[in-house]
Design a protein around this ligand. Structure first.
Ligand SMILES: *Cc1c(COP(=O)(O)O)cnc(C)c1O
Length: 393
């Protein structure tokens, strides 16, 4: 007889990678509250609050604002399957890994993806987008990533959306890593469709994807000639449950996960969006002061850097996997590896949501310095923590 399998007890880590981020204990406590029915009137009133809280987080009045019962990738699919019909031309700006997934989505919807490529680590170039739009006057949608988590680059949504609209296109924005961490104003910037995730700067558990669609997007969906090929993500059906009025069964909502997201959004509202953005910026400045004092270099140029995702080059001769394994084993600290072409070349240090705090900045700097010193990496020792302290003021 093999030994019986026991309950699973994960170790207590500090999560400073590309997501998930550390979950606020208030959220875990909220998730342990009693499960009730998904059509229970008490639950339904919680759903109404959820919509108001998400509208605040997205800075929108869009009535069609809800959390998809699946991770950020499902929010992405919801945007594409509802807004792209077979034969539609979609301009996809790619400056990292996640733009590539948008292309996949367009093609699986039967659309034609026209790519606007920028170097990994750069923001999306508005001039290039405009050039491609001039040559593709029949394009229907422009899609791009606000905060490229694979590289740490931040793009200018307002400018890109303005250009797309001048050419009559709808705009789909990936805000998985930006929501709650970087300024994002859905109505003011006229974003037509947007998706995010629960586990990055909202610091909730993974598995939910806040989305929002404006009136223009709803019009486009109503004018579709073909059925949305995904039954689960068809917005007209989902609205029967999340819309106002009588709620009909669509799928069983992930009740306790939604308690968690509700709590995460309450926490965001308590802090205030502007304060949350400022906190992310402050802790980024402290981490930056520390890593630069060590002699490490940022991948993304100043002015295009995400405060919540800091990509730095791995010093010459240092074994990427060995350092990350040592951080995990000796410090219970997770940082992110590079993706795709950047694998083995960069580390990605997340300062997202609840994990964006001075204690984590100082802890990460001292753990990284010790670990790098141990493998004789070419770094300057003894300066990082002091530099971060000075930046924190
Ligand atoms: C994490 C992430 C996603 C995917 O979200 P999942 O919840 O992992 O499905 C999409 N886009 C960006 C920019 C991300 O950082």
């Amino acid at each position: 007889m093999p030994a019986p399998i026991k309950s699973f007890h994960p170790p207590k880590r500090t999560l400073m990678g590309p997501g998930p981020s550390d979950v606020n204990p208030r959220i875990l406590e909220a998730m342990s509250r009693p499960t009730i029915g998904h059509l229970d009137p008490v639950f339904v009133s919680m759903m109404d609050e959820m919509k108001a809280l998400l509208q605040y987080a997205f800075q929108t009045k869009n009535p069609l604002t809800l959390p998809v019962s699946a991770p950020g990738s499902a929010g992405m699919e919801m945007c594409f399957v509802n807004l792209v019909e077979p034969g539609d031309k979609v301009i996809v700006c790619q400056n990292g890994a996640f733009g590539g997934r948008m292309k996949e989505n367009v093609e699986r919807c039967g659309g034609v993806a026209v790519m606007v490529e920028d170097a990994w680590g750069s923001a999306v170039d508005a001039g290039k987008l405009e050039d491609v739009l001039k040559k593709n006057r029949d394009a229907k949608v422009v899609a791009f990533v606000h905060a490229e988590t694979s590289t740490g680059a931040l793009s200018d949504v307002k400018t890109l959306a303005g250009i797309a609209h001048r050419y009559g296109c709808l705009v789909i924005v990936d805000a998985v890593t930006s929501l709650g961490g970087s300024p994002l104003k859905v109505d003011e910037w006229e974003i037509d469709a947007i998706y995010s995730g629960s586990q990055k700067c909202l610091s909730c558990t993974p598995g939910l994807s806040p989305v929002s669609f404006n009136e223009r997007a709803v019009e486009r969906i109503k004018a579709r000639k073909t059925k949305v090929q995904s039954w689960f993500l068809d917005l007209t059906l989902v609205m029967g449950y999340w819309g106002s009025g009588k709620r009909a069964y669509h799928h069983t909502a992930p009740i306790n996960a939604l308690y968690g997201l509700h709590e995460a959004l309450v926490i965001l509202q308590e802090e205030g969006l502007e304060n949350a953005w400022a906190r992310h910026a402050r802790n980024h400045q402290a981490l930056k002061a520390g890593v630069e004092a060590m002699g490490l270099k940022f991948v993304v140029k100043e002015g295009e850097r995400l405060p919540q995702l800091n990509s730095i080059y791995i010093p010459d001769g240092v074994d990427d996997a060995a350092v990350r394994a040592a951080l995990l084993k000796d410090y219970n600290l997770e940082i992110g590896a590079g993706l795709g072409a950047m694998a083995g070349k960069i580390w990605r240090i997340g300062l997202m949501g609840y994990a964006s705090n001075p204690t984590n900045v100082l802890f990460c700097l001292s753990a990284l310095e010790e670990t790098l010193a141990h493998v004789n990496a070419p770094i300057k020792r003894g300066a990082a923590v002091a530099a971060a302290h000075r930046a924190l003021g």
